[in-house]
Design a protein around this ligand. Structure first.
Ligand code: SAM
Length: 351
């Protein structure tokens, strides 16, 4: 007979709802066996929709200049120790070329909020990638912009946009960011992106200073309202040159449990097992996939800039070439019985 806990998990799976009490219990009090049950159910849901396939996203970290000063981030503008770089359009295209040869069908352009890349430049880069690789999706992750800018990137061919909301709670947002940034504006950006027609990803870091389970519950409520196509979850990891340098890192285990919960609440969502998770736990990405995640994001950035895009200390894969990263992750997935598929990996509603 199913235990009371198991029944609650099955009810969450069937109704796509969770209470604050259950969330607290899972993250803070559940037993090994209960965690195992939750992850198995999440994996079942993921396999029912996506099979044992894992989608690849080629991450191109094209600038580490940033005008923002987020307290947690290693590339914040006031970190004078960061060695800054920008990739040219040619360099970005060459990363895509390499990625295409390795079988990638999605390129994620991520960077700090760098005014050098104005709308004309971003649109030109997106157009050039789509022209060279018409079968590939382009994802942008370049922060908060105006509705008009988002519209222009979309018309230039961008398919998806990642913008973690970081925390849905305004007071908590103010603990993590300077006064010129607001959670309300970030949420509005996500609504704008969705309205324009992007596949949209929001998300949070687990274990940021001041975060409570009630905050995570608010995050889930915001996600239920937004209904994102992707959710990016990774542990917070301190960076030595930030105000949070002495803060403890987020837990890989709680991140994995949250991935499983999100898979049950949002069955069709694209859920990456992130590099931060792989940094916090050497097998974090594998454990993430086994808890319902279905996306991995190997790094395609040129090896000479990788150790400069340091959002947090100890980031893995900074010494590797794109081909090594790709081969390593494919082998890791194979080892746990999953196959990396060479498809665009759109959200099922867009496929
Ligand atoms: N500028 C864009 C933006 O604001 O969305 C994209 C780049 S930003 C560096 C990408 C993500 O890195 C953030 O949304 C944040 O969640 C994550 N990040 C930053 N610092 C981190 C840290 N110390 N530990 C873990 N993740 C971090």
């Amino acid at each position: 007979m199913a235990s009371a806990f198991e029944n609650k998990i099955l009810e969450m799976r069937d109704k796509h709802e969770i209470s604050l009490d259950l969330l607290t219990y899972i993250l803070k009090e559940s037993t090994e066996d209960e965690r195992k049950f939750l992850c198995e159910k999440a994996q079942e849901v993921s396999q029912k929709i996506f099979g044992k396939s894992v989608y690849l996203r080629g991450l191109i970290e094209f600038t580490n200049y940033c005008k923002n000063d987020c307290y947690y981030c290693g590339i914040r503008c006031s970190n004078k120790n960061a060695s800054r770089y920008r990739l040219s359009e040619e360099e970005i295209l060459s990363c895509c070329e390499k990625g295409a040869e390795l079988g990638f069908k999605t390129f994620v352009l991520q960077g700090g909020e760098d005014p050098y890349y104005n709308d004309d430049r971003i649109c030109a880069i997106v157009r050039a990638i789509k022209e060279a690789h018409p079968d590939c999706a382009v994802t942008l992750s370049i922060g908060e912009k105006s509705y008009e800018s988002y519209q222009r990137y979309f018309e230039a061919g961008a398919d998806r946009y990642l913008l973690r909301h970081e925390t849905a709670n305004e007071e908590h947002y103010a603990m993590l960011h300077p006064k010129n940034l607001s959670g309300a504006h970030r949420k509005q950006c996500l609504r704008d992106l969705k309205k324009i027609g992007y596949q949209v990803g929001c998300g949070i870091m687990l274990g940021t200073p001041g975060q409570t389970v009630a905050h995570i519950y608010e995050d889930i409520q915001f996600m239920q309202e937004l209904q994102p196509h992707m959710i990016g979850i990774g542990p917070f990891i301190a960076h030595k040159d930030t105000p949070f340098k002495d803060q403890p890192s987020g837990s890989a285990e709680e991140t994995i449990l949250l991935l499983a919960i999100l898979r049950l609440l949002f069955p069709k969502v694209l859920l990456p097992a992130t590099t931060a998770l792989g940094t916090a736990d050497a097998f974090g990405r594998e454990k993430g996939i086994l808890a319902g995640a279905n996306v991995i994001m190997p790094n395609l950035s040129p090896s000479n800039v990788r150790d400069k895009y340091l959002l947090y200390d100890g980031k893995i894969c900074t010494g590797e070439e794109a081909a090594e990263c790709n081969a390593c992750l494919r082998a890791r997935m194979k080892k746990i019985g999953y196959t990396v598929v060479d498809s665009r990996g759109d959200h099922p509603d867009f496929a």
